[in-house]
Design a binder for this molecule. Structure first.
Ligand SMILES: [Zn+2]
Length: 336
């Protein structure tokens, strides 16, 4: 029997089974760590790849910024602590080519600051209708140049306006006459606000910063607004240039703003170093037509904005740019 048992154990099939058993027992503790390492590598590789991809994308984005002065991404820009809904405060920089038009929605109230030139007047009206606008609480002409008020004339023919504002000077042009007629047709008068005046605007408010006086150059007569929602703020400067900017800087009023709509379509005669040092914007918006005859925006302006760390966003490159604020965080998006 014993011999038989021995013989049975020594059969080839038994030998191979015992060999395998020993092999598994011996190598199990070697194989287990190897298997665990394999699992870790298998898990980490895609994450590593994703991290590398994100890093590469951010480097490409940085390179784009250095080349063009702008990016196409919207990263939340946070400050302060107050919180509203994102939809509570929106500032739309409309793509009106060589001109300016800014639509603001704050809670239940709306504001239209400039309306662009004649060729985009119907676009502005269509845009406001698309935004479900039925009436405007404030219609504000920064000044009376055609590339700012032609679209306002169109808007005043369609939307009832509660308060209409403009600077206190007259302009000899058919466009200015048409603007006055459009205001009269609503049985309204143009109000001339003064620096320091403050007006409620839905979830926020706006203050008037300029013009301090009547300037020789009508661009400097632009009404400048500082829109405030919680801890976030926007500066709309129309075509104000160095002279008005300097007066604002020495007025003692709060000019600090997260978003600066650069004066006079990015002309080198505006957005001075002094002004930037006081405003300290995180974003610089430039509303100008592509390949316009004035060469706006001028490279000096772009360089100054970049030197002060402002991210430059141009309507000629991005189309209409919309900022949303919850009183704490700013986000933006753009579309054509
Ligand atoms: Zn202009």
């Amino acid at each position: 029997m014993r011999k038989n048992q021995i013989n049975r154990k020594n059969k080839p099939s038994h030998r191979s089974r015992r060999f395998l058993k020993n092999l598994f027992g011996r190598f199990f503790w070697y194989l287990l760590p190897l298997y665990l390492i394999f699992c870790c590598v298998d898990y980490a590789l895609p994450h590593q790849t994703q991290a590398l991809r994100s890093w590469a994308e951010s480097r490409i984005s940085d390179a784009e910024f250095l080349l063009t002065g702008e990016t196409s991404k919207s990263e939340p820009f946070s400050k302060g602590s107050e919180n509203y809904d994102v939809s509570d405060f929106e500032v739309h920089f409309l793509d009106v080519g060589q001109g300016l038009s800014v639509f603001v929605r704050s809670g239940e109230q709306t504001l239209l600051y400039d309306g662009g030139d004649r060729d985009t007047s119907s676009f502005v009206v269509a845009y406001l209708k698309q935004q479900q606008v039925e009436s405007l609480d404030y219609v504000i002409a920064s000044h009376y140049d055609a590339d700012h008020i032609n679209g306002l004339i169109g808007a005043l023919h369609v939307f009832p306006a509660e308060t209409i504002m403009g600077p206190d000077y007259t302009h000899e042009s058919d466009t200015f006459d048409s603007f006055c007629q459009a205001v009269e047709s609503q049985e309204k008068e143009v109000i001339h606000p003064s620096p320091g005046d403050c007006f409620p605007l839905g979830k926020g408010f706006f203050t008037v910063l300029a013009p301090e006086k009547e300037y020789e150059d009508s661009n400097n007569n632009s009404i400048v607004l500082r829109l405030v929602c919680g801890d976030t703020s926007f500066l709309l400067t129309g075509d104000a240039e160095a002279e008005s900017e300097e007066d604002m800087c020495f007025s003692g009023m709060d000019l600090s703003s997260d978003v600066l709509c650069a004066g006079h379509h990015g002309s080198s005669t505006a957005t001075t170093e002094l002004f930037l040092s006081v405003v300290q914007p995180a974003y610089g918006i430039i509303s100008a037509g592509k390949d316009n005859e004035y060469g706006h925006p001028h490279s000096e302006t772009l360089q100054r904005l970049k030197a002060y760390g402002a991210e430059v966003l141009q309507t000629s490159r991005l189309g209409t740019i919309v900022f949303s604020s919850d009183g704490n965080t700013l986000t933006w998006s753009s579309f054509r």
